[in-house]
Design a protein around this ligand. Structure first.
Ligand SMILES: *[C@@H]1O[C@H](CO)[C@@H](O)[C@H](O)[C@H]1NC(C)=O
Length: 330
């Protein structure tokens, strides 16, 4: 926190970028805010009562879930991912109401996809609304740091008309609710989840590299867990608070400065976007705003998925399957 105070006298924006938006938000202890979901002693709560280690070994993965469901809010965690060989390993930090609404659930995902040694983790974001699981809206990116080297903050802002994904205060994706999306925009209370599991069948190069338990246990470390929203009873729709999103430390949208950072991030780091995947969607979904430069860059990155290369139907099918990656993965 020394840096924060120092930064304050230098420049306000410096404070924001160094200290993180969630720093002043209350952090619940694990026992107050969460319950174990699975994985018996592969979930460990540290002595501070707030930090959690989730591990995956040959027996099981592990995970936890918030005790309450929330209707809108700001949700965040500092996460340090396992290092070295992590192919096939998936760490997920997400919101869902799949256990309450089996047929028409909502979901907002961060998924971290492990990799072979020497290659970096990738992250994927996705959103489902009202059971739209046959319609994936995945994006996948590299990061500007090694997420296994240190803790970094990953956050989701969910309001009535937008969802913003953040990495260390850099917005990386903004989803605006459009009329054409209809029920595909999450609109029912959701719980917050964190899990680690074996995603051998799709996580790394579409299943080419599987989890190798010689390197287990794989440990994902979580701290600074923030639940800042309206806890709500999803059946009675009664809420325990008003205007929970309003807090000095909770972002309300993207500042012009942040927008520049987001655009730079997406230019450099985006590796997959459903909007440009012609193998999956012949006509880009209505909410997509296509940028010819982005299309060209993705095509250079992956000519098969992003068009311009002729191939047989069978091949196309195979490719589109692997590029879907995490569709309906949690
Ligand atoms: C959600 O899906 C159900 C059917 O599963 C449908 O009756 C309802 O109208 C949908 N809601 C929205 C907001 O689209």
């Amino acid at each position: 926190m020394v840096n924060c105070h120092l930064g304050f006298f230098v420049l306000l924006s410096f404070v924001v970028s160094v200290c993180g938006a969630s720093r002043n938000l209350p952090i619940l202890s694990f026992d107050e805010g969460y319950s174990q979901l699975f994985g018996d002693d592969n979930l460990i709560v540290l002595k501070d009562g707030k930090s959690v280690h989730l591990s995956l070994d040959e027996r099981t993965g592990s995970g936890f879930v918030s005790q309450d469901l929330y209707f809108h809010g700001f949700f965040s965690a500092s996460i340090k991912l396992p290092a070295d060989y992590t192919a096939g390993v998936v760490v997920a930090f997400y919101m869902s109401n799949g256990d309450m609404f089996e047929k028409n659930h909502d979901e907002v995902d961060f998924e971290f996809l492990g990799n072979i040694r020497g290659k970096d983790w990738r992250i994927q974001t996705n959103v489902y609304g009202n059971g739209s699981t046959s319609f994936g809206r995945e994006e996948r990116y590299g990061l500007w740091f090694d997420p296994s080297e240190d803790f970094h903050q990953y956050s989701i802002l969910w309001t009535e008309d937008q969802i913003i994904f953040y990495v260390d205060n850099v917005p990386i994706r903004e989803i605006k609710r459009t009329a054409a999306m209809g029920g595909d925009f999450p609109s029912k209370p959701m719980s917050l989840y964190a899990t680690i599991w074996d995603g051998s069948d799709w996580a790394t190069n579409g299943g080419r590299y599987r989890v190798n338990y010689k390197y287990a246990p794989y440990v994902a470390k979580f701290s600074d867990l923030v639940l800042h929203g309206c806890a709500m009873d999803p059946i009675e729709q009664s809420s325990k608070c008003d205007n929970a999103e309003k807090h000095d430390s909770v972002p309300t949208g993207i500042t012009p400065q942040q927008r520049t950072k987001m655009e730079n991030f997406r230019k450099k780091q985006m590796q997959y976007s459903y909007c440009y995947d012609r193998a999956r969607y012949k006509v880009p979904p209505s909410e997509c705003v296509l940028d010819p430069k982005e299309a060209e860059r993705l095509r250079a990155f992956d000519p098969v998925t992003f068009g311009g290369v002729h191939r047989s139907r069978g091949k196309r099918h195979h490719r589109s399957k692997s590029s879907q990656g995490g569709a309906s993965s949690v």
